[in-house]
Ligand binder design. Structure first.
Ligand code: ADP
Ligand code: MG
Length: 724
């Protein structure tokens, strides 16, 4: 039992967390330099300036920044921090930080701790090693990080190191966004301004500002760390490139919401403790559909904060896993044959008093407002389904979208039966009866009372209205939610403005409500093709969607060009979210990333085959061959060994096929290198490589089921998914 001896002891010791009798509310946010801390620690005048900067985007003067920095430093040092770091989100999709010690030499052999306002407000990391999609080539390599005052600084503990992290934007020498935060902040501003404009037009004059809210439901896998380190593919690519499906997968449907294993719930508890200290409202935890798959959902927050927090959630899930001798896989498709992981992105708009603008109201005015925001959002998706699809395009997510476990690559909107009926009635100018107690009253005589949608659920739709928010379900589990949110904010800003223009034009001689309904009537007709309440997984929908003319970009190379159409470039420029240069750079970065991900997988597959699969198969081959000769020696020529011979022949043949397919893959990889532009290369690689890699995998998986488990060097799926 050589191999099995190495198998993990599933029972491990749990880290003892903090005293359980201390309620979470006591330590929630203790590691963040939030407004509460600032109110206590800063002079009143300074604190008020911070408030202005957070709420009204007022610029902070250096003198104030100095005071804040000084206080922040003392607070951080008391928490054990020795260093500070501007923490930002370059286009890699993960976060970056460069640590600087607080120490500052004063005399030879003597230092003091210093942290100035200038150091707080601005950093100057070298930008040349981050993806810039061409921006870097045309401008200076230097980049700047700028303190994002709206997201609290926080303490990060890593082993025995403790660092003060300062959430920051990352821009080039010329002010171009080199990160994911800057465009998000700009899109927030765009949608806020458009929303306030239309609210004012609707007669709602109290609202001063609007912000988008996000609630990302994070899915992930956990496997034992011993297995993880035995698989090069998991370590380097985040997913198993080969591996036969286990005899039992998710077919018993016994995993979803099932009772959580002791080891896993201890892990979850530890994760949550870390998140609570950082003021991240981790609310829900549960088993997901696939074995060893889980979900963590926070309470929604203002978009910028939610994006930062989701990055921290992903980091924390991984870091805490290591402490529990587990590995957390955030990849969209770690294991073929069972569900992959997504990140449902719940999105809505809220006014500055916290009223959700997608909440059906209780007054006629509230309902008119609701309908305007609802239809503006649907209209935005209708007009820019291609951009929305591109915003979630990645090599990893391609494995998932359209694989009957996640929404298809076709973007459509689910509104549910009741709401759909309401819209149809508005379109026809017809009166509907209420079907339940919660009513939508439009306050216009021709449309008295309508029923509110509150029960419909459709898990197959990529963009579903779920009662008081939209849920964008096509986002991949490992992706930053920033860009999808940026896109939704921007396209909705445009639709709000368009609708406001139309309502204004229709106002002559009628009340606002009537004008709104007249405009909505026409809009509802136009948005119909994007509405779909049926099963998005069915082949019939794909046909129907083609008939309706909806885009269906199945792969990343097909999806990404939507970012650089005239339509997209003009839209993002108009709302000052991304200049044409910035948007094109993103398109290039995403394409480059696709190419690199695919190349890394191809090379890793090659290594797996040559270093693990073929050696194991030939070793077993030799054992079989020896057994054959020995048996024949022992029992004489007449013995029937056809079964053993067939087995040996099958193995020899599979090894040959693997060897040749692998050679073809490596040859094609070389040929594609430096051939054509990124778009062409991505397309070629998909066509030339992806299919072959799938075929190669089939051969390896077939071989795995023939070879002795004791000599097969890679942990099997059943082990990874069921022993923990
Ligand atoms: P579901 O029934 O779809 O699971 P939940 O109410 O449990 O709905 O919410 C799922 C996620 O949606 C949570 O992360 C939640 O915080 C988030 N969410 C709820 N309301 C909003 C909103 N107004 N804006 C953004 N996200 C929201
Ligand atoms: Mg879920």
């Amino acid at each position: 039992m050589k191999k099995k001896e190495k198998i993990v002891a599933a029972e491990r010791e749990y880290r003892v967390g903090r005293d359980k009798t201390v309620p979470v509310s006591d330590y929630y946010g203790e590691d963040t330099f939030n407004l509460k801390v600032m109110r206590v620690k800063l002079p009143k005048e300074t604190y008020n300036k911070i408030l202005d900067a957070v709420h009204d985007n007022a610029v902070l003067d250096l003198e104030t920044a100095d005071i804040v920095a000084q206080t922040m430093k003392e607070w951080a040092i008391a928490k054990g921090a020795t260093h500070f770091a501007h923490w930002f989100q370059p286009m890699t999709g993960s976060t970056a930080e460069k640590h600087d010690a607080f120490i500052d030499p004063v005399r030879p052999g003597e230092v003091i701790e210093r942290f100035s306002g200038k150091q707080l407000v601005q950093g100057e990391p070298d930008a040349s090693s981050f993806p810039s999609g061409g921006i870097r080539a045309t401008f200076e390599a230097r980049g700047y990080t700028a303190w994002d005052i709206s997201s609290p600084a926080f303490i990060r503990r890593n082993g025995i190191a403790t660092t003060l992290c300062i959430p920051s934007a990352f821009i080039s020498y010329n002010g171009e966004a080199l990160d994911k935060k800057t465009p998000l902040l700009r899109s927030n501003k765009a949608v806020s301004e458009a929303a306030v404009r239309i609210l004012n037009l609707l007669g709602n004059r109290e609202v001063k500002g609007v912000y988008s809210t996000l609630g990302p439901e994070q899915e992930y896998f956990l496997i034992d760390k011993d297995y993880y380190y035995k698989r090069q593919d998991l370590v380097l690519c985040g997913r198993a490139l080969v591996g036969a499906p286990p005899a039992k997968g998710q077919e018993l449907e016994d995993q979803y919401f099932g009772s959580i294993k002791e080891r896993i719930s201890s892990y979850m508890h530890d994760v949550e403790e870390e998140l609570f200290k950082l003021g991240i409202p981790a609310k829900t935890r549960h088993n997901e559909v696939a074995p060893s798959q889980y979900e963590l959902a926070p309470v929604f927050e203002e978009a910028n904060l939610a994006v930062d927090h989701n990055q921290i959630v992903m980091d924390t899930l991984k870091a805490v896993a290591r402490r529990h001798h587990l590995a957390c896989l955030l990849h969209e498709k770690p294991f073929a044959g069972i569900n992959g992981s997504g990140k449902h992105l719940n999105w809505s708009l809220s006014d500055n008093r916290g009223n959700n603008l997608l909440n059906p109201g209780t007054t006629p005015q509230g309902n008119i407002q609701f309908l305007v925001f609802l239809i503006a959002t649907v209209r935005a998706v209708m007009r820019h389904a291609d951009i929305l699809r591109a915003s979630v395009a990645s090599y990893g997510n391609d494995h998932r979208l359209g694989a009957n476990e996640a929404p298809p690559a076709i973007i459509s909107v689910f509104l549910g039966e009741h709401l759909t009926r309401i819209l149809e009635d508005i379109e026809r100018g017809r009166v509907t009866k209420a079907t339940d107690h919660s009513i939508i009253d439009l306050g216009v005589s021709t449309l008295p009372i309508l029923s509110k949608d509150n029960t419909d659920r459709n898990r197959t739709s990529p963009f579903a209205f779920t009662g008081n928010k939209f849920e964008f379900r096509a986002v991949g589990s490992s992706q930053s939610i920033s860009f999808p949110a940026t896109v939704i904010n921007t396209i909705v800003a445009e639709s709000l403005d368009d609708l406001a223009g139309k309502i204004k034009a229709s106002l002559k001689g009628k009340g606002v409500n009537q004008a709104v309904l007249d405009v909505l009537k026409k809009e509802i007709r136009e948005i119909k093709p994007i509405l779909f309440n049926g099963d998005n997984y069915s082949p019939a929908w794909e046909k129907e969607a083609t008939r309706r003319g909806l885009p269906n970009a199945k792969t990343t190379p097909e999806a990404l060009p939507a970012l650089v159409t005239e339509k997209a470039l003009a839209l993002f420029e108009r709302y000052r979210v991304l200049s044409p240069v910035e948007l094109k750079s993103r398109y290039t970065i995403y394409l480059e990333r696709y190419i690199k991900d695919l190349e890394i997988e191809a090379k890793c597959l090659h290594n797996l085959c040559m270093e693990h699969v073929i050696p194991a198969a030939t070793a077993y081959q030799a054992t079989l061959a020896t057994a054959l000769t020995r048996t024949r020696e022992a029992l004489g020529k007449g013995v029937d060994l056809r079964v053993q011979e067939t087995l040996l022949r099958d193995i020899v043949e599979l090894v040959g096929r693997i060897y040749h397919k692998d050679r073809d893959i490596m040859d094609a990889l070389k040929k594609a290198e430096g051939h054509g532009d990124e778009q062409e290369r991505a397309g070629t690689l998909y066509r030339e490589e992806k299919l072959r890699m799938n075929e190669l995998r089939d051969c390896v998986d077939a071989l795995e089921s023939l070879v002795d488990d004791e000599v097969w060097p890679l942990p099997a799926f059943w082990e990874m998914l069921f022993i923990n």
